[in-house]
Ligand binder design. Structure first.
Ligand SMILES: Nc1ncnc2c1ncn2[C@@H]1O[C@H](COP(=O)(O)OP(=O)(O)O)[C@@H](O)[C@H]1O
Ligand SMILES: [Mg+2]
Length: 232
């Protein structure tokens, strides 16, 4: 479904991605792991067209989307839950959700009601402004907003960052429900144990290069991996 090959990208003169490759198959849950500053968010930005790649290829759903404008990548079927949530603060919950609702043909799984069913809290808060929400509610809104585009692939960048443990569990539960519906997911998170229990495969990046890929069992079995690439 998503195939990233030898991706390269820079901020100005500073090259950040040197050689990132990863695949997400239909219905698969894949993680992108690595310490802070290794290029995870930059990889996502380059996939989404928020940053022009300088080399490599991004293929999605049978065609290239390399260097496409963000709206075209979204239209192709990739929904992003960005780092830092980035909800529209001056819009209500419901306006945030409707703002991204897709008219894309094909999958029409996600409606307002379906999002409210997944996150009843958002329904209670539907008239509240983005600024009036707790961190957890903002995160739920960011996920709901991505789902409203009826994406074939959802990408979550640090979706549990800064949330209280109980709220974190709610987010993981939500992702498990999506997974049970065979939603393809690419997820970035610091919580390696939760990810190992949840994901099919993992990709580790180090200084802008994908250096390892394997299953959850392989990840957990090799303690040197965690010491070498994941612990601070
Ligand atoms: N807007 C930016 N301008 C310049 N450098 C950036 C910018 N965003 C990130 N970087 C740098 O790119 C590198 C990778 O960052 P990032 O992709 O955010 O890492 P991660 O998501 O893995 O923590 C870091 O060295 C970071 O300082
Ligand atoms: Mg990041």
């Amino acid at each position: 479904m998503l195939s990233v090959r030898n991706l390269q990208a820079s901020y100005g003169a500073a090259q950040v991605l040197f050689d990132v490759s990863l695949n997400v198959g239909a219905g698969e849950v894949v993680t992108l792991l690595g310490r802070n500053g290794m290029g995870k968010t930059t990889t996502i930005r380059a996939i989404m067209g928020l940053l022009q790649p300088q080399g490599g290829e991004v293929r999605f759903d049978g065609g290239t989307v390399t260097g496409f404008a963000p709206y075209r990548v979204a239209k192709a079927g990739i929904g992003l839950v960005p780092e830092g949530r980035q909800i529209f603060p001056t819009l209500s919950v419901e306006e945030n959700l409707v703002a991204t609702a897709s008219t894309r043909l094909g999958s029409r799984r996600w409606t307002l009601d379906a999002v409210y069913d997944l996150f009843p809290r958002l329904k209670e808060r539907r008239l509240n402004l983005g600024t009036q929400l707790s961190g957890g509610e903002q995160q739920m809104l960011a996920i709901g907003r991505a789902l409203m585009t009826n994406p074939k692939l959802v990408i979550l960048d640090e979706a549990t960052e800064g949330l209280a443990p109980l709220i974190r569990l709610e987010i993981w539960d939500c992702l498990k429900r999506l997974r049970a519906e065979h939603q393809s997911i690419l997820v970035i998170d610091k919580n390696v144990n939760a990810l190992a229990a949840f994901a099919d495969r993992h990709v580790i990046i180090e200084k802008g290069r994908s250096v390892w890929t394997g299953t959850s069992a392989e990840l957990m079995a090799d303690t040197t991996l965690k010491d070498r690439y994941l612990h601070v």
